[in-house]
Design a protein around this ligand. Structure first.
Ligand code: 5RP
Length: 229
């Protein structure tokens, strides 16, 4: 019985995953088709959804002989395409599930157009609906404990240090910092919350992307895409 149950659960999750992957791919293809033009300088973020965007860019470069400059960061990007962990109805995003939020925010801030690509699960009315891991923050390593205390005192919720594994200890970012995941009680004024978080000494950057995304492409399992702006 347990074996059958295991196979059943395994099949369900494989099926779900393929639908999610199809959604990610559909969103990525639609965004690259609509926003990438010849002679552009393009910022590339990170995550599994962005892999499909890069594949589509390569296809288009080969097929249409496009001349593009694709870079992870610059001060002058025409368009930046990146995934997100959740996007609310005002296009406020939570990013940093993969821990690269600081570089990603720098890239997004350097682009004239910041385009988000994601599967449909991430399209929510209010942040915190499906993404239960909270808002990631990059913090200076020695400040992580006071930052946790400040966040919980100022904003409530719980601020957890992200661990690689219990044995290995904290996740260390590309910049040599730690990540705190702030699980909030309820959605609020994200602009104000972002400012409050950034004012805490030791906080390098937050995974709240407020007033940054111009458009979001949400892909579904059937290959269709919902665009929001
Ligand atoms: C990494 C990110 C990613 O863009 C975000 O986590 C989405 O990843 P995926 O496309 O794999 O679902 O912010 O820091």
């Amino acid at each position: 019985l347990f074996q059958r149950l295991f196979i059943f659960v395994k099949n369900i999750s494989v099926k779900d995953m393929s639908g999610i992957d199809a959604g990610k791919k559909a969103a990525a293809i639609a965004a690259v088709n609509n926003h990438i033009k010849d002679q552009q300088i393009v910022g590339i973020g990170s995550g599994t959804t962005v892999v499909s965007a890069v594949q589509r860019i390569v296809e288009r470069v080969k097929a249409e002989n496009l001349k593009l400059i694709c870079i992870p960061t610059s001060f002058q990007l025409d368009v930046a395409i990146d995934g997100a962990d959740e996007v609310d109805s005002n296009l406020v995003c939570i990013k940093g599930g993969g821990g690269c939020l600081t570089q990603e925010k720098i890239v997004a801030s350097c682009a004239k157009e910041f385009i988000v690509i994601a599967d449909e699960r991430k399209d929510v009315a209010a942040l915190g609906t499906t993404w239960k891991k909270g808002v990631p923050l990059e913090v200076v390593d020695l400040a992580y404990r006071p930052v946790q205390i400040h966040i919980e005192r100022l904003l409530g919720g719980s601020a957890k240090l992200r661990l690689a594994t219990q044995k290995m200890g904290p996740v260390v970012t590309d910049n040599g910092n730690f990540i705190i995941d702030w699980v909030f009680d309820r959605p609020g004024d994200w602009n104000q919350i972002n400012t409050t978080l950034k004012m805490i000494p030791g906080v390098v950057e937050t995974g709240l992307f407020v007033n940054m995304a111009k458009k979001a492409y949400f892909g579904k399992a059937d290959g269709s895409v919902q665009v929001r702006e």
